[in-house]
Ligand binder design. Structure first.
Ligand SMILES: C[S@@+](CC[C@H](N)C(=O)[O-])C[C@H]1O[C@@H](n2cnc3c(N)ncnc32)[C@H](O)[C@@H]1O
Length: 257
């Protein structure tokens, strides 16, 4: 259990979210269950929590962590964009609060073996839901250079996108780039020296961009934000922890509406 995700902003999140301890809440990004466990501690009596994650490993980790709460806690493998269908299946018309803690967990980064980290020599997969078809290596080895550059610019805000994509295209002409460590080497080799020695690793933004593209993260967030107000009781609360300006902008815009 060394790589259980350490939940960020725990006090703030749960404090803002749980306004009625007898209400029903959704944790749309269960991960390893840190926020879910803290929400359950605040609930009393009829209070219920439905935790979702699209990653089957996250579902089994949080199920293990949340046993002991009987039918007050249920963990379901689902995309938060499908929260409407999940709630309908449970006969719950609306909930008192919903939490999203976007992005990936430290378990996925350190332990999943799916190539999320540029520090490891793992197959470039990056799928949170292993049933989806698109994997990161497909994009890296097959996407037209213009598309790849746009992914790096839009989702990674990578200023060096054109140079990185040229290096990837040169390399993949010799043979497919199969592992996370190989991709990180290709990127490091063409990154300005200053960035190689100071600040974040030069592959950080590319890896983030590929993860967002492979998992269609913004599309699912948009769909969730569109549906959610109708799934909440009056006075219900939505708490979103985001790490990316593209997510942040969408959430703020929808909340303002
Ligand atoms: C930052 S982690 C959440 C960590 C969690 N709050 C905890 O305390 O352990 C994000 C989780 O959201 C999941 N996730 C990301 N996008 C999702 C989506 N569209 N639907 C369901 N789960 C998603 C990931 O698989 C990952 O497990």
């Amino acid at each position: 259990m060394k790589y259980l995700h350490v939940p960020v902003l725990l006090e703030e999140t749960v404090g803002h979210l749980v306004h009625d301890p007898e209400g029903t809440y959704v944790d749309g990004t269960a991960g390893t269950g840190g926020h879910s466990a803290a929400i359950l501690e605040k609930l009393t009596g009829r209070g219920r929590l439905i935790s979702l994650d699209r990653d089957p490993e996250a579902v089994s980790l949080s199920r293990r962590r949340l046993t002991g709460h009987g039918n007050r806690a249920v963990v379901i493998r689902a995309n938060f964009a499908d929260m409407d269908r999940v709630l309908e299946g449970l006969n719950i018309p609306a909930v008192e609060g919903v939490l999203l803690d976007l992005g990936m967990s430290s378990h996925q980064l350190e332990k999943s073996g799916r190539g999320f980290s540029f520090k490891r020599g793992e197959t470039l997969d990056m799928r949170m839901n292993p049933d989806n078809h698109l994997v990161a290596s497909h994009l890296v080895n097959n996407a037209p250079p213009g598309d790849l550059e746009k992914i790096l610019q839009d989702y990674g805000e990578e200023r060096n996108a054109r140079t990185i994509v040229r290096a990837i295209v040169r390399e993949r002409a010799k043979g497919p780039i199969e592992t996370s460590s190989r991709l990180a080497e290709v990127i490091s080799a063409v990154s300005p020296g200053s960035r190689r020695h100071r600040g974040i690793h030069p592959a950080t933004r590319t890896f983030q961009a590929l993860r967002i593209a492979v998992n269609r993260e913004l599309k699912h967030l948009d769909s969730f934000l569109h549906k959610t107000p109708d799934l909440m009781t009056p006075g219900g609360r939505l708490v979103v922890i985001s790490y990316h300006s593209l997510e942040d902008r969408r959430v703020k815009h929808r909340m303002a509406q």
